[in-house]
Design a protein around this ligand. Structure first.
Ligand SMILES: N[C@@H](CCC(=O)N[C@@H](CS)C(=O)NCC(=O)O)C(=O)O
Length: 192
């Protein structure tokens, strides 16, 4: 198995095979580009990494259809934006930028219908879009901050489907990245 040394994925595979009393032979290569080259040249039977990284590697492989990503995910490794520790306001802004995209999806607001939604009477939507006072002041932002995010890049589902979803070369399913209302983990607290 092609594996990058020192990664969590190396440890995950070792744990998984030990737990299932199976043996495996690591082919350890210290650089992602070289590792992927070795795998696609047939030096290993399989390659392990973060699921999204596997999807990215496959998308640029010589024959992407020759490879499958196994459906069993053997570790819990959420990937998320990270910020430098110590700047609380910046951390809040980045965190709420992600939550706003999730909340927009739950409220049914998209980059396409957002201006129409702006005209509607739902108080939750009005607060979210800054028609009435919402969370702008607390974040040190303009009341239109959430509107601007969704208008520019879309809600969480739109961003996912456009960049890494089923109809992109990465072909990733929403899985745990679906909304909590659809059986996933994406949950935003209410904006109030
Ligand atoms: N989830 C793994 C991912 C690590 C991983 O695969 N990292 C790659 C790129 S995303 C890397 O650091 N490559 C270094 C290199 O290619 O030199 C971890 O946290 O250890």
């Amino acid at each position: 198995m092609c594996v990058l040394p020192g990664t969590t994925t190396e440890q995950n595979v070792a744990d998984y095979f030990r737990t299932h009393k199976m043996s495996w032979k690591p082919v350890v290569i210290e650089n992602t580009a070289e590792l992927q080259k070795a795998f696609f040249a047939g030096r290993c039977d399989c390659m392990t990494s973060d699921a999204s990284q596997l999807a990215g590697a496959r998308a640029v492989a010589p024959n992407p259809e020759d490879y499958i990503i196994l459906p069993e995910i053997i570790s819990k490794e959420p990937l998320a934006p990270a910020v430098r520790h110590g700047d609380d306001q910046w951390r809040d802004i980045v965190n709420f930028a992600v939550l706003a995209m999730i909340e927009a999806e739950e409220l049914g607001i998209t980059s396409v219908n957002i201006d129409q939604m702006l005209q509607g009477g739902d108080p939750k939507v009005k607060r979210f879009l800054g028609v009435t006072e919402g969370n702008g002041k607390a974040l040190g932002l303009d009341e239109k901050w959430a509107y601007n995010i969704v208008k520019l890049v879309g809600n969480y589902g739109e961003v996912f489907e456009r960049n890494i979803g089923r109809n992109t070369p990465l072909k990733l399913e929403r899985g745990l990245n679906a909304l909590w209302t659809d059986g996933g983990l994406m949950y935003s607290p209410p904006f109030k």
